[in-house]
Design a binder for this molecule. Structure first.
Ligand code: FMN
Length: 179
């Protein structure tokens, strides 16, 4: 069994996928990993639409993202997980006015990354997509106005290995100890 550190090291943003489908049982476990995520006041503000339908995937790739980044590869991912946010009044609207902390974004990020790490454990590739058109995405996935699209996560069998890993800052640059 792989450690969390192994999975975090293995994961990379995969932007090329084989056409093979992902078994529904795997997708269910990926969403289950997200469901178990912690959230501020346990509000669990995440909502998911799992898109495997090829025409809807093409639509998301065409109209659900913002122009300029050349992300046509998106439609080739056999699964597009659309992450939405349902804000609670107290935790996600009032509390941030006092603390300055956007708990909803923390919650969505944690849940999404749980999903990504579970996908990695299955040997699946994935990629977070934040460059989305919220308005058209909402229409495509048919969400009511209170659910705000936040990101996609593409999932599928990788067609590439990461040739050049995206570099990371040195641990001394990003962390300090007070002891
Ligand atoms: C919130 C978020 C949004 C992202 N949006 C996009 C995106 O719109 N398009 C894309 O190709 N990659 C996107 N990425 C992937 C990042 O570019 C990638 O994680 C980063 O360059 C580090 O590379 P790595 O994931 O391969 O380690 C996003 C990642 C995150 C976490």
């Amino acid at each position: 069994m792989k450690s969390v550190l192994d999975l975090a090291s293995q994961r990379f943003s995969c932007r090329s996928y084989k056409p093979n489908t992902v078994p529904p049982e795997m997708i269910e476990k990926i969403v289950e990993a997200a469901r178990l995520a912690p959230s501020a006041c346990n509000r669990q503000p995440w909502r998911f639409t799992i898109v495997t339908d090829p025409e809807i995937r093409r639509q998301l790739a065409r109209e659900g993202i913002l122009p300029g980044l050349g992300m046509t590869w998106l439609a080739d991912a056999p699964v597009i997980l659309v992450l939405g946010l349902k804000k609670s009044l107290v935790t996600h609207k009032v509390a941030p006015l006092i603390s300055g902390v956007d708990y909803s974004m923390l919650d969505i990020g944690i849940a999404g990354e749980h999903a990504v790490l579970q996908a990695t454990e299955f040997g699946l590739g994935s990629c977070w997509i934040g460059w989305i058109n919220q308005k058209t995405t909402r229409q495509i996935v048919n969400w009511p106005p209170e659910i705000i699209p936040q990101a996609f996560i593409t999932i599928g069998w990788p067609n590439t290995l990461p040739e050049n890993r995206a570099p990371r800052l040195d641990i001394r640059e990003i962390s300090q100890w007070k002891r």
